[in-house]
Structure formats: structure tokens, C-alpha cells
Write a protein of this length. Sequence first.
Length: 358
Amino acid sequence: MPQWLQDILAKEYFGNTVQDYGVAVVVFALVWIGLWVLKHVVIKRLARWAEGTRTNIDNIITGVLRRVGPVVYLFLALWLATRGLALDDGVGRPLEIVFVVILTVKVVQLAQDIVRFLLEKWVERAEMDEASGNFVIRYLMTVFRLVLWAGGLVFVLDNVGIEVTSIVAGLGIGGIAIALAAQAVLGDAFSSFAIFMDKPFQVGDFIIVGDMLGTVEHVGFKTTRLRSLGGEQIVMSNTDLTSARVRNYKRMQTRRIVFKVGVIYQTPAEKVKAIAGMIREIIETHEQARFDRAHFQSFGDFALIYEVVYHVQSPDYNVYMDVQQSINLALMERFEEEGIEFAYPTQQLFVTSVEPAK
């Protein structure tokens, strides 16, 4: 090597020789080219190979690697190139901090992508409907984002040189205080997650909870909203719903109907025997009704009581009312033909004559 070239390479600027700067430039170029080849050649081929395999883990890895952008490559090459240089704290320290921040952000983003991918696969295997699956993914991703970004922030602060022990302890105490203060809200949030996972009811179902009844309009993060039969909106906390007995009429396949009919005591015995058969004939004429039983149940205060049971082959309430109305009208017509009278509250007064005392 000529002496003049050795003299140039030996010159020192800002604590480093020209040769040191040259080595740094070569390292930067080699790393940048190597990373470019890794992404556009090696990883691309690995992705094509992973698509033909049965497992998902290789798809996750290649998908994550392909999402690493040129900004990360740039700072990684710059950081590796400057490892051999004696940099002033005013230059080296900010460069290191920027690299740590970028690296942390990218790692957190990649971790989020992995978690989302796993959640989507889990929801797909669980065969959830689209609304429930989106809610579960959105709900759990919110939790994971908070955890991942909190961990990333602590990592950055620790590498910057800030004492994180007291911060972590403070966050722990503050988290406990917030959790206690928001206990009801968190309870409702977990209840909403339970509703979407267990699906005791869905939007559009008609439910009864205690003395409240209505059609489910919306299942939210904290409350569920019902539209009552009267038209007003009922807002209930999710915790109340998960801790109560819910009757879901939308899941009902058929309706079991029980009703009673009373006739007067003056009805002849042969008519009393025939009434159950009359009722059966009337119910069996309806396509939407399936007869179960009809019996002379008891002697009432002012009537002979018949108990009738049948099933409506539809959960729709309007269908049930149409069938019941038709049965009632047919009973009135048949009883009128047979001369049978319906009973109604009556009182009979018996007067006995008493001979006057002599």
C-alpha cells in the first residue's frame, strides 16, 4: 500500500481514523444489501414454501419477517456499522436511543400481528359467527395491546437509563386503585365477553329477565339494550344479565299451551263426557297445532273445569294467538250447537220456608 494512502487512512477526525470510517461504510453497505436480499429473495421463497405446508407457524414467521420495513433495515445497518467507531456521547447515545425505540416499536407491532393471527385462527376453529368473532378479536386485542405497549415502554425507559423499578411499582399500585374504582365497569366488560362467547342470546332474540322482557337490540361493552313490547328501550348491565335466569323465546322451537274451559253444573253427564273429544277434534283441525290432552280436571266453585294442553308448531307469538283465537271461536260455535253453556261466576240463593211458631 502506498505511503500516501496509508497517511490518508491514518488521519483522524472526531476521534476516528479515515480507515475506521471506511470500514463503517463497508459494513453499512454489506448489512443493507444482505438484509435486502434476505427479504426479497430468501424470505420470499420461504413464504412460497410455507404456503404449501399444513402447519401455520411457518406462515406466521414468514409473514412477520416480510412486514419488516426498510426503516428497520436502515437503522440496523447504521447501528452495526457504528459499533466500531468511537462516537461522542452527544452522537452515539441519541443514535442508540433512536435504534432502541424503533426496534421496540417494530417488535411490539410484530407481536401484535402474531397475536391477531393466532386469535383469528382460534375464532375460525371455534366456528363463531362474524359478529361474535370480531368482538372477541377486538376485545382481546385491546388487552394484549395494553400489555405489549406497557412492556415496550418499560424496556425503552430501562435502556435509556431511567430507573423503572419505582415506575413499575407505581403503575402496579395505580393499576390496583384503578381496578378497584372501575370494578363495576370491568365486571360488565368481562360479562359482555362471556355473553359473546357463551351466546345465551343474540341481537334479535326475545328474552325475559326477571320482570323485564323485550327484543335484544344491542350488546355493548357495558350494557345490553332491549326494546320492550311497549316500545321503550330497556338498558341493563351485562353483569345483571349473566347473573340472572334468562328465558330466550327465540330459541323456542314450539310453544306448549295450557288453557282451561269451564261449563255450568247443569250440563248433562253425556255432554260432560263428550266435551274432551270435541276439544280434541277442534285442535286437530289446525295444521299449526298438535293436540296433547284434554281432561275434565275438577269441580270448580261455579263450573266444571276442563284443562287442555296443545303445542303450537311455531315459536312466533302472533301464530300462537291466531291459533288460540281460532280454537276459542270454534269452541263457542260447537258448544252453541250442542247446547252447552260456558260457566261464569254465579250465586244461587236457596229460600226455605219455615212454619211460624204456634
